[in-house]
Design a protein around this ligand. Structure first.
Ligand code: HH2
Length: 257
């Protein structure tokens, strides 16, 4: 899954794809480099961010989605109005970082459309989530949450076999908790659904490499985390640098068989 943030303020590529033409060109490049789908988002959820209105989010993503109508697209939103329009324009997956807690109408929109859905774990909200993340046991707490949200989605009429689950790397977790979640991915896989991991460029990678104030991580560190996640059973990797990840995964697959 290639990332296309149509935002001025995303943590690693803010502003790069704010102009629709740039976003569309990036999406097409990521698909050509090997992405199976591109995740288009119009709102940053980086630590400390406050969110934007549905009108602003739609203003950013609509022209991009229109141009990409024939391509495999995921919409990164927690708002029903944005998801509804994106699905009309051909998006096939709704990627909701709030796991259907942000907008009470989103579950119905996904159910009615028959779209795929990604449910992500987040502790707290972007504005404050990195202040003091707390877990009894991070892997089992995240798995319990995702199991509950999966049951909620299914009860709302969403097909279980259309849902993937995501531990939400960087969303209310310490550096160590982020790595532990991937190390113990089997705990999430036990829920029986495909697992998506989004470690790409995240600050935990920069902090691991010695900068305690890092807000991003390098491509090389992202690739390392992605290959390890793949080896632990992740089947969808949400990444900014598709070519590098595709090449690394091809080699990893050749070794692992
Ligand atoms: N991470 C980000 C945004 N959406 N969705 C899922 N399912 N999983 C993730 O790990 C995830 C996500 C944050 O990354 P990015 O989109 O690059 O930044 P921003 O939120 O600042 O736009």
């Amino acid at each position: 899954m290639g990332v296309v943030n149509v935002t001025p303020d995303s943590f690693s590529d803010g502003g790069v794809n704010l102009a629709p033409d740039d976003a569309v060109a990036t999406a097409r490049r990521l698909l050509a480099e090997g992405a199976a789908i591109v995740d288009v988002g119009g709102e940053s959820t980086r630590p400390g961010s406050r969110g934007v209105t549905a009108e602003e989010e739609l203003r950013r993503v609509e022209p991009v989605l229109e141009a990409l109508a024939a391509e495999p697209v995921s919409i990164d939103t927690s708002k029903a109005a944005v998801a509804r329009r994106a699905l009309e324009l051909g998006a096939e997956l709704v990627n909701d970082v709030t796991a259907l807690r942000g907008d009470p109408e989103l579950a119905g929109v996904v159910a009615d459309s028959g779209a795929y859905l990604c449910l992500m774990h987040m502790q707290g909200e972007p504005r404050t989530m990195q202040v003091a993340p707390r877990y009894e046991d991070v892997a089992s707490d995240v798995a319990a949450f995702l199991g509950e949200r999966l049951a909620f989605a299914v009860a709302a009429g969403i097909r279980e076999d259309h849902v993937c689950l995501d531990p939400g790397i960087g969303f209310g977790k310490t550096v160590e908790q982020n790595f532990e979640l991937v190390r113990r991915l089997d705990v999430l896989l036990a829920l029986g659904r495909p697992v998506l991991v989004g470690f790409s460029r995240k600050s935990s990678l920069g902090r691991l490499l010695g900068d305690p104030e890092a807000t991003t991580g390098t491509t090389a560190a992202s690739v390392g985390a992605a290959v390890a996640a793949y080896e632990r059973g992740a089947t969808i990797l949400r990444v900014h640098d598709v070519r590098e990840h595709a090449e690394a995964l091809a080699a990893a697959r050749a070794v692992l068989g």
